[in-house]
Design a protein around this ligand. Sequence first.
Ligand code: SF4
Ligand code: FES
Length: 254
Amino acid sequence: MSGSQSRGIRRFNLVVKRYDPDSSEFVTKTYSLEADRFTTVLDALIRIKETQDQTLSMRYSCRMSICGSCAMVLNGRPRLACETNLFSLGTDKVEVGPLEAFVQLKDLATEFNEFFKKHAYANPWLIRRDTEEKFKAEKEYVQTRTQVDHYLDFANCIKCGLCVDACPVSNTNPSFIGPQALSQAYRYNSDSRDEGERERLIKLDTLDDVWGCEYAGACSVVCPKGVDPALAIQLLKLDIMKSRFGGRTSSGNK
Ligand code: SF4
Ligand code: FES
């Protein structure tokens, strides 16, 4: 057994699909490097940039699955590059490409303007009827454990865009608001401090919003934070129907 093998080091070929903004075309370039079992795809890309090709562009920040910046497509599936261990992919040849449902910027970097516009459209903040209340600050809004549990899983979204990239509707209908924004609408509807559920349900009761979802479920499969946007969207659909017929919606459970 060689020294490299005893240390668990293997050689990987990263086949990187790079977008060239000057020609608006993709080119594929293969980079070869050795990696140990702790090496993530992002580690490998940074090393390639530092030692082999300074022109390679990608976006990243935290390197610890928190900021959501390093989303890309790895071996055909949208993933966080900083969370994906090279060994875990099960292949020595690893295909790396940019997110496909987003506007391409350069190489592996994509643009998120539309994504954040859609996120903001869903009113992802606490709405209070008394708009002056925040300037008085007379009391705390204490929540019970159960009240927190109603929305906590949905609050873990890091806005990485993986769910949107995996969604077949987002990929074919640019007007669809997408799983991320809808899951955040549900997150705030379920928060006991919020009073904006009715406003959001009326706003999102359209074919490009809640009813655009065809329940493929891919969003929930790829989400690195267990947010389960597919579930959130079905609960929004249910709440819209209940609100039409006078039933108790999510805000009634708060
Ligand atoms: S719901 Fe999950 S996959 Fe979608 S943006 Fe949030 S963290 Fe990323
Ligand atoms: S670099 Fe922040 S999530 Fe990957």
